[in-house]
Design a protein around this ligand. Structure first.
Ligand SMILES: NC(=O)c1ccc[n+]([C@@H]2O[C@H](COP(=O)([O-])OP(=O)(O)OC[C@H]3O[C@@H](n4cnc5c(N)ncnc54)[C@H](OP(=O)(O)O)[C@@H]3O)[C@@H](O)[C@H]2O)c1
Length: 242
């Protein structure tokens, strides 16, 4: 990872390359902040959202955003949506409470993996996967096991560059009611920063870390960023606050 002082120049160099990007999950808490920041930093010449429904935006900044509406149950039929993007971000996910165990596996493993496969086949060079702290394919917890499994399977696709982000609890003002997450957020925000920083992170910091990492030279084919690395890379990165 480059020094933070080098980031403004790296950002400018990246913009000059006129790359294209797709985002999966742009309607979610992380995805929508990611989209906003990508547009604000003007990093790509083409931005495409791939999702199950068309999103509406009022602001002028979004007027050139492309959207591909797909049926995730028949993704092979939508391979063209994944073609021709240099970079991909996957912020897709659901919860067991919302979708049941089977539905959770379907979205967080099968949809993610199929999307990654199509992206690779479509020429994507750098895939960014939002995973989770504790991801471990041999975990006895379904959530962590699925996250670990999908990380391993996406790694097998051998993207030129794969960046996996493993944040702890995402700190955000979620509109949807998720009592467990809400309690965790309250708990972490009441703790000393030094302790909470190992286990939670604001969504905006995750997004900044993703984009700072994006413009920096890669360190090997696969990069694994744990919560502390995300905090380090995403905080105080010389970009004006959102
Ligand atoms: N929340 C946390 O504290 C936490 C911590 C660590 C890691 N993570 C992981 O980070 C990722 C992003 O989390 P988030 O909280 O930003 O996500 P989120 O707000 O729940 O958004 C999830 C996104 O996935 C899409 N999605 C969900 N179910 C779908 C389905 N059946 N078919 C198609 N699209 C579907 C949603 O689209 P719609 O708007 O159309 O539903 C939305 O764009 C997830 O993988 C999550 O597991 C979360």
């Amino acid at each position: 990872m480059a020094d933070k002082e080098a980031l403004p120049k790296l950002r400018e160099d990246f913009k000059m390359q006129n790359k294209s990007v797709f985002i999966l999950g742009a309607s979610g808490e992380t995805g929508r902040v990611l989209l906003k920041e990508i547009l604000r930093q003007n990093l790509f010449s083409k931005v495409t959202l791939i999702g199950r429904r068309e999103l509406t935006f009022e602001e002028e900044a979004y007027k050139n955003v492309n959207q591909a509406v797909v049926d995730f149950e028949k993704l092979d039929e939508y391979a063209s949506a994944f073609q021709g993007h240099d970079v991909g971000f996957c912020c897709l996910g659901t919860t067991r409470a919302k979708a049941g165990a089977e539905g959770f596996v379907r979205v967080d493993r099968d949809y993610v993996l199929k999307s990654a496969e199509l992206a690779k086949a479509g020429g994507c060079k750098h895939f960014n996967l939002l995973s989770s702290k504790g991801a471990d394919k041999s975990s006895s917890f379904l959530y962590l096991q699925v996250k670990g499994e999908v990380e391993a399977k996406v790694e097998e696709l051998k993207f030129d560059r794969l960046s996996v982000f493993r944040p702890g609890v995402l700190l955000c003002d979620r509109q949807e009611s998720r009592p467990g997450e809400w309690l965790a957020r309250k708990f972490f925000s009441s703790l000393p920063h030094s302790w909470a920083s190992g286990h939670s992170v604001p969504v905006v910091t995750v997004v900044r870390a993703m984009l700072n990492n994006l413009v920096s030279p890669g360190s090997g084919r696969m990069e694994l960023l744990e919560n502390k690395a995300i905090l380090h890379l995403g905080e105080d990165s010389g970009v004006p606050k959102l």
